[in-house]
Design a protein around this ligand. Structure first.
Ligand SMILES: Nc1ncnc2c1ncn2[C@@H]1O[C@H](COP(=O)(O)OP(=O)(O)OP(=O)(O)O)[C@@H](O)[C@H]1O
Ligand SMILES: [Mg+2]
Length: 248
């Protein structure tokens, strides 16, 4: 259990979740999206979360990333106890340590691509010049080096998704959470992106969590967690012990 003496990182863990619950709305309209989630992710791994639509994957990722408050339970992320922190402290922690690739890419339409990718660096106080240089390098890494001055609305879905990936990586966050990062990508681009994400996750002090429905990318997982109806129900030590035919 997480307690005052517990240290996530000294136990080789990146994230430690215990009994986390989240209900949206109240009364008859209430939806219990998380019903007591227990699981952990390790430093140096890429963990995939799979499960049917509506089972709570995006909710869980948002809670872990610190973008959504939860109701009950304990959550340690890189040795920070989010359940004990104030919203302002969580926001500060998230800015430095967490990258988030959203299911809807959430790019800023009025900014060009270099500017979009620069945002996480600028909010951490990096100079515009340095931020834009790094942003350009990341755009090159995702195959969009020539499009830096273009705007998100001129891009295909897959191109927008790659910009969102570049933006999540640019400040080298120790924890990266990715919601369906290959949903708009063709097979080859998806494979390239997954290799990039796995290489990030396998760095000894980092961790990548990926939610996906895309069975073409399961093979990149170091471990797989199955979610069902608001809970993590099973964790597999390799993707090969996971049988997709049991999925809904
Ligand atoms: N902001 C919200 N307000 C009310 N209910 C919500 C909200 N976000 C999610 N829910 C509900 O919580 C449950 C879990 O939703 P969530 O988005 O986490 O599912 P998911 O597993 O990511 O699904 P998908 O695979 O379709 O993306 C669903 O029943 C959903 O309707
Ligand atoms: Mg979702």
């Amino acid at each position: 259990m997480a307690n005052d003496n517990y240290n996530t990182e000294s136990n080789g863990l990146a994230v430690h979740v215990r009994g986390v619950t989240k209900t949206f709305g109240a009364g008859e309209a209430a939806t219990r999206a998380l019903k007591g989630v227990d699981f952990e992710t390790r430093l140096g791994e890429m963990l995939m979360i799979v499960g049917p639509s509506g089972c709570g994957k995006t909710t869980l990722l948002s809670v872990i990333a610190g973008t959504l408050d939860f109701d009950q339970g304990e959550l340690e992320v890189l040795s920070a106890s989010l359940h004990k922190m104030k919203r302002r402290e969580i926001t500060e922690f998230r800015k430095r340590n967490v990258g988030f690739i959203f299911q809807q890419f959430n790019l800023i339409p009025t900014l060009n691509l270099v500017e979009n990718v620069s945002v996480p660096l600028l909010i951490n106080g990096v100079s515009r010049r340095e931020a834009e240089q790094k942003a350009q390098a990341l755009l090159e890494e995702v195959g969009l080096g020539g499009r830096g001055k273009d705007h998100p609305l001129n891009l295909s879905g897959g191109q927008q998704q790659r910009v969102a990936i570049a933006r999540a990586l640019v400040h080298e966050p120790r924890l990266l959470v990715c919601d369906e990062p290959t949903s708009a990508l063709d097979k080859d681009t998806g494979a390239h992106i997954m290799e990039l994400l796995r290489a990030v996750g396998r760095k000894p002090d980092r961790c990548v969590i990926v939610v996906t429905h895309d069975n073409r990318v399961f093979k990149y997982a170091d471990r797989m967690a199955e979610m069902e109806d608001g809970r993590v129900t099973r964790v597999h030590d390799s993707y090969s012990s996971y049988d997709p035919s049991t999925q809904h």
